[in-house]
Design a protein around this ligand. Structure first.
Ligand SMILES: [Mn+2]
Length: 439
């Protein structure tokens, strides 16, 4: 945590510079960033779990206190209106005293009707950034989430500060402990639900604290890409295990996937090992200036090689790639930017004006077409699955190349995905996941 204290002042300086630049360009005096408000469940008297506005937690590590506002004005220290109601029903957050508070003017308030008077009196040239336009209107803010402002902030958010990298490094450390506990639970024969409990205990995360719903899949379930309905009972035999699970620190995410075989010497076990080597080779190829799309296509060529080597096809790697076979077995993108959001914004943005470069037609699920720059944080998560509906959609020519005996042998194992979080540096990467000892 000392590293966070160390790096936070520079983080705030960077955000202030970015804000000053775009505010000057847009002729605005400031931004009022709303943390957000709880969402009520239909016909109920309870709320959904609160998820803070990512722009708000970008500035301050306050992720669980709705109704707060941050006022950012050109050339001024930001002001944080910090909500502390008199409330004997709920826990009122303590007044923060940590490393970050000296970088803001902290203004606690008790009642929501005080907000209007605590905000700057002249708000005519200030933009509202948040998800409640009604609240903006009540506060006399008529510029709500202006697109040029969002585009600029989103584009530059891809370059992480040292503070942000430190948060994600810590999130990876925590998630790695969870992955190790989950692997042990799998080897001990636990159910999916049991493995999930082991993961949450090891990370000290509640189900609403993890940055996304954990994917904990045994056997065939690991071929369901977003498998989140966990079985309470263990299967009679646990052949394989895929876990895609992260952790959060100050609202920054880790996103890690591993796949295990009960029998590492089986074809499936050997394929996991080969996929691991291929994933590391892709990570090795990362350098600034490379377009993420190129890495994605490079990975498809590697998947083609793996399919030949493990006898899923009776064809050359070139044919396997050209016939589109790899797209049926590796149907998702190689990865995505990660940060305040698990799938961080601006994956397709080519400049600060928001110019959009869509994923190539052949790879509609790819989430990033950016040219890599030092300071970006991305996931690298190749996979290979037996998904019958995608195999059925292949051309007759492609289907004729498939070795159905081997595909039938692998189907009960589901699929493989291996995912690390990496920081792009001037001459390569820092692998935030492997540095914490996860094989
Ligand atoms: Mn991911």
């Amino acid at each position: 945590m000392e590293r966070l204290a160390h790096t936070y002042p520079e983080h705030i300086q960077t955000l202030r510079q970015r804000a000053d630049t775009i505010l000057a360009k847009q002729g605005l005096e400031g931004i009022i960033i709303h943390a957000g408000e709880p969402h009520r469940i239909f016909l109920d008297d309870m709320d959904y779990p609160f998820k803070v506005n990512p722009h708000f937690k970008h500035w301050v590590p306050v992720v669980d206190n709705p109704h707060c506002y941050l006022v950012v004005k050109v050339g001024e220290k930001p002001t944080l209106l910090f909500y502390r109601p008199i409330d004997f029903w709920h826990k009122v957050p303590p007044l923060p005293t940590e490393y970050w508070v000296e970088q803001v003017n902290l203004v606690p308030f008790e009642r929501l009707d005080q907000v209007a008077e605590l905000l700057p009196a002249d708000r005519s040239q200030m933009a509202y950034l948040g998800e409640h336009p009604q609240r903006a209107a009540e506060l006399g803010l008529n510029q709500v989430n202006p697109q040029p402002l969002l585009d600029f902030l989103h584009f530059h958010r891809s370059i992480k500060t040292d503070y942000e990298i430190a948060c994600m490094d810590e999130a990876n450390r925590i998630a790695v402990a969870g992955h190790q506990a989950a692997r042990d639970a799998f080897l001990a024969g636990a159910s999916e639900f049991g493995i999930q409990q082991a993961y949450l205990a090891a990370t000290q995360h509640g189900e609403n604290d993890v940055p996304y719903g954990n994917i904990i899949a045994l056997n065939e379930h690991s071929a369901i890409l977003h498998y989140t309905k966990l079985e309470r009972e263990a299967p009679s035999e646990s052949r394989s295990f895929l876990i895609d699970a992260g952790a959060s620190v100050n609202g920054y995410a880790a996103d890690i996937t591993r796949t295990y075989a009960k029998d590492p010497n089986s074809r499936f076990g050997q394929l996991i090992e080969a996929m691991d080597e291929a994933q590391l080779a892709i990570i090795d190829a990362i350098r600034p200036g490379l377009r993420y799309t190129e890495l994605h296509e490079m990975m498809h060529r590697k998947v083609a090689q793996l399919m030949v080597r493990f006898e899923l096809v009776n064809a050359t790697a070139e044919q396997t790639f050209e016939l589109g076979i790899t797209r049926a077995f590796f149907p998702h993108g190689l990865g995505h930017q990660i940060g305040l959001q698990v799938h961080d914004v601006a994956g397709f943005m080519q400049d600060e004006q928001g110019t959009h470069l869509a994923a190539p037609e052949a790879y509609p699920a790819l989430r990033c077409t950016r040219i890599l720059e030092s300071g970006m944080v991305l996931t690298i998560e190749p996979g290979l699955y037996i998904i019958d509906s995608l195999i059925a959609d292949l051309s007759e020519e492609a289907k004729a190349k498939l070795n159905t005996a081997v595909i039938d042998e692998l189907r009960p194992f589901g699929g493989i995905r291996i995912e690390d979080d990496v920081v792009v540096t001037d001459d390569g990467v820092i692998n935030l996941t492997r540095k914490h000892g996860l094989a």
